[in-house]
Design a protein around this ligand. Structure first.
Ligand SMILES: Nc1ncnc2c1ncn2[C@@H]1O[C@H](COP(=O)(O)OP(=O)(O)O)[C@@H](O)[C@H]1O
Ligand SMILES: [Mg+2]
Length: 227
């Protein structure tokens, strides 16, 4: 399968047929090839997070189809969707979402705990992943002992824990200064280049988007360029 993601006429309508109705996505058609490094760029409220959540099986479209690695995810039951989220997709969020009471190492191990990986193996792998994101010397720090950029790199290592093919990142630099943001984008670039991961970055920032290989523009829930 050449495409890791295919969206066919995807609509998302919040609170349909009420006074609070919002048509967040209005007929999205988009294909992402395996191994791409792509950004989805648009202003606040354009539908970026909604689209990423639908692609990541965290939310379901009102209409249309999403295929992940050729599989129509609307046909999957809850257990099957949980497996797609656990093994096929890694998420990175704007506010890192690390567990404050756990060390960097334990945060990265957590998805492997849920996947039933034995302790020694998951520890070894978590160390390797933290080394890849440049945090080999921060294994035992807690999130509040790390800078924002370092916390985001822990979150990236955690997203890689179960070796997903697809990394989805929602405004991953949105809470960082420009230097830390550039470091985080460099990590994504390495993951794409060296490890062949498909990476989708959602951003409102043209400078961040420019560091990816393809920019898809979204406005008012529609793709307006780069598709
Ligand atoms: N859970 C929700 N319920 C109702 N409206 C929502 C919800 N989430 C997002 N929206 C609306 O959908 C539109 C797109 O939001 P979003 O996808 O978060 O945009 P972006 O990530 O580009 O800022 C916005 O108008 C937003 O207010
Ligand atoms: Mg958003």
């Amino acid at each position: 399968m050449k495409y890791i993601v295919e969206c066919k006429n995807v609509w998302k309508v919040y609170n349909p047929e009420s006074s609070a109705e919002v048509k967040a996505l209005r007929g999205i058609n988009m294909k992402i090839k395996k191994g791409e490094f792509i950004s989805i760029m648009g202003s606040s409220g354009s539908g970026k997070s909604t689209l990423l959540h639908c692609i990541g099986c965290l939310d379901t479209p009102t209409k249309g189809k999403i295929y992940i690695d050729g599989v129509d995810v609307s046909k999957l039951n809850d257990d099957e969707l949980a497996l797609v989220r656990r093994y096929k997709i890694g998420f990175v969020f704007q506010f890192f979402n690390l567990v404050p009471s756990l060390t960097a190492l334990e945060n990265v191990e957590l998805p492997m705990v849920f996947a039933g990986i034995p302790k020694n193996e998951r520890r070894k792998r978590a160390i390797q992943l933290l080394e890849i994101v440049g945090l080999g010397k921060r294994l035992y720090h807690h999130p509040n002992q790390l800078s924002g950029g370092e916390q985001q790199r822990v979150a990236i290592a955690r997203a890689l824990a179960n070796d997903p093919e697809l990394i989805l990142a929602d405004e991953p630099t949105g809470n960082l200064d420009s230097k830390s943001g550039a470091e985080v984008m460099k990590v994504f670039k390495t993951l794409n280049k060296k490890f062949g991961k498909t990476i989708v970055i959602v951003t409102h920032d043209p400078l961040v988007a420019k560091t990816t290989k393809r920019i898809v523009k979204i406005k008012d829930g529609k793709i307006i360029g780069g598709e």
